[in-house]
Design a protein around this ligand. Structure first.
Ligand code: COA
Length: 277
């Protein structure tokens, strides 16, 4: 069993996975020994209200940032090609105000999602692309679910049996506090015109059980992280483009820690990778 920085999450919430029957054999149904309680089939109408609740979870968390997902995006880009992993609570165990905010229908007695992690399989064997992470920790602070986002991503990656992970996020995203907990991230782009927001970085790392345990906050796990030699301001587009030019010329860089914030300034620690001998 995995230890985490906040084991009360695992004591109170139970894991769910959205998976088709066709994809289910690929899953680890008990990652780190944590049995999945609900298997949710996107082809079955009985789960209809659950998909509305997943969309509500996305809107409550992402909505304020203006990138809420339509339901066809969930279906086409997540539920059919990949999985959604998360933690949920039976509807009857929510308070009236929590039910109200989540829009839980009075007739629904099934699980209500408090977090979700979505990844999509890539062509490279064992490689997955992280599509979405959402957690109600900050929406329901009275629950004291600190760590829910990180723990959901860590256990989700184990459930999906991810070997090589890729992600794309914005330099100003708070989620980088989470993504950098998994160890140094190889930078593929630092400025990305192919994305709707060009100030996006693309990163990757090789997944190990130790990294997932470390990210989840298991005190027994350790991780070596190099010292940074470059500081990139999260609003410094000229700096992003300059690093991108160097990446395209063959240099390699890793993101080696969470952003540090001083007032309005957000700064990222980056390490130059020495050329292979
Ligand atoms: C980002 C999000 C997933 C964080 O969920 P969470 O359960 O609060 O995450 P955690 O408790 O695991 O946070 C891990 C770290 O990130 C930091 N963090 C998370 N959200 C933060 C925020 N809004 N501002 C500053 N720091 C933040 C936490 O302080 C914590 O740092 P620590 O480990 O040093 O204590 C959640 O707020 C969310 O759903 N946001 C909207 C969607 C989004 O941005 N998703 C990520 C992009 S894919």
């Amino acid at each position: 069993m995995i230890n985490t920085r906040n084991d009360s999450i695992l004591a109170q919430l139970s894991p769910f996975v959205v998976t088709t029957n066709a994809n289910r054999p690929v899953l680890d149904e008990a990652p780190f020994g944590l049995a999945t309680r609900w298997f949710i089939d996107p082809h079955h109408t009985r789960w209809g209200p659950f998909f509305d609740l997943l969309q509500r979870l996305d809107a409550l968390t992402f909505g304020p940032e203006g990138m809420p997902m339509d339901k066809w995006v969930f279906y086409n880009c997540a539920e059919l090609p990949g999985f959604i992993y998360g933690f949920a609570l039976e509807a009857e165990r929510l308070s009236a105000s929590e039910r109200d905010l989540m829009g839980v229908p009075a007739s629904w007695t099934g699980p209500v999602p408090f977090s979700m992690y979505i990844a999509i399989p890539m062509h490279e064997p064992g490689a997955w692309f992280g599509h979405n992470l959402a957690s109600l920790n900050r929406t329901f602070p009275h629950r004291r679910f600190d760590g829910l986002g990180t723990i959901t991503k860590a256990i989700g990656l184990a459930a999906f049996r991810v070997e090589r992970f890729y992600g794309a996020t914005q330099w100003l995203s708070n989620a980088l506090h989470i993504h950098t907990r998994f160890g140094p991230l190889d930078l593929y782009t630092t400025y990305t015109p192919a994305h709707s927001l060009a100030e996006t970085l693309t990163y990757g790392f090789t997944v190990t059980a130790e990294k997932l345990r470390y990210a989840a906050g298991d005190p027994a796990a350790t991780l070596a992280v190099p010292e940074p030699d470059i500081a990139l301001d999260a609003r410094d587009v000229v700096g992003m483009k300059a690093l991108q030019v160097r990446i395209e010329a063959g240099e390699r860089f890793t993101l080696v820690g969470p952003p540090s914030t001083r007032g309005q300034q957000v700064v990222h620690p980056i390490r130059t990778v020495p050329p292979a001998a």
